[in-house]
Design a protein around this ligand. Sequence first.
Ligand code: NAP
Length: 253
Amino acid sequence: MSIEKFSVEKVLSVHRWTHNLFSFTMTRPAHFKFTAGQFARIGLMVEGELVLRAYSVVSSPFDETLEFFSIVVPDGAFTSNLQHLSVGDELYLEKISYGYLTLARYQQPLPQDLWLLATGTGLAPFLSMLQDFETWTKYQHINLVYSVRTASELAYVERIQEIAEMFGEGHSGFKFIPIITRDPNAALHDRLPILIANGELEKSVSLALDPETSHVMLCGNPQMVEDTKEALKQRGLTMNRRGEGNIAVENYW
Ligand code: NAP
C-alpha cells in the first residue's frame, strides 16, 4: 500500500468506556469526504510497517474532526497497539472513504420507518447518520436498537439523547432501544433474531416491521448480521439491491 494514499493526522482526544472499548477523535483533512454510514481506513506504524483497519466514522460529515469507536481485539496487531493511543499521536488516514451502508441507497420503499440495528461498536455508522438533519426530516419513525452483552458496554447513551435533542429537535418518532443480552433482568435481553421472530422488538416500540414502509440497517457482529437478515426475510422483508428493498448491512469484522 503506497504511503501517498494516506495523510498523517493527529489524535485530539481519547475516551475509554471500559477496559476494552474506547473512542478517539483525530484531525480531519479538508480533502477527506464521506457520507454518513461510510468507513475510513486508518493506519498505524507498527515496527516500521503500516498496519491498517477499517473504522466506520462516528462523527457527522459536517464535523471538523473525525471520531471513531473501537474494541480491543485480543492479540489483534492493530487494536492492541491502538489501545495505548494518546493525544498528539500520529495516525495515517487513507484519503478516500468506503462503504454502501448509507441512507441514499434506498429508493423503494420510500422513507417512512428507519430501523438501525447494531451490536457493539457497530453503533458507529448510525451515530453519524443521526447527526445529519436530513435523516430526521426523511423518516416518521426512527428506532435505534443497540445490543450489548452487559450494561457497562452501553457506550454513547448520553450522547444519543443529546443527538436526538439537537438534531431531532423534538422529533416524536425517535426511540432508543437497548438490549442487554447477558442480563436477564434487562427489559430486552434476547438476541435480535429472537426478538424479531417473537414480535417483542416491534411490541417494545409499537411499530411493525413492514416491507412497505421499513428501511432496516444492520451493523456489527457478522453472525448477528447473518441471523438477523434471515429473521427479517422470514417476515417478508427483502435485501436492498439497486435501491429496492428493505435491508442493508455492514459486517464489522
Ligand atoms: P459480541 O459478541 O459481538 O456481542 C455484542 C452483542 O451482539 C451482544 O448482545 C451479543 O449477544 C450479540 N450477538 C452476538 N452474536 C449474535 C448473533 N448471532 N445474533 C444476534 N446477536 C448476537 O461482542 P463484542 O464485545 O462487540 O465483540 C466480541 C469480540 O469480537 C471482541 O472481543 C473481539 O474479539 C471481536 N471483534 C473483532 C473485531 C475486529 O475488527 N476484528 C471487531 C469487533 C469485535 P450475546 O451476549 O448473546 O452473545
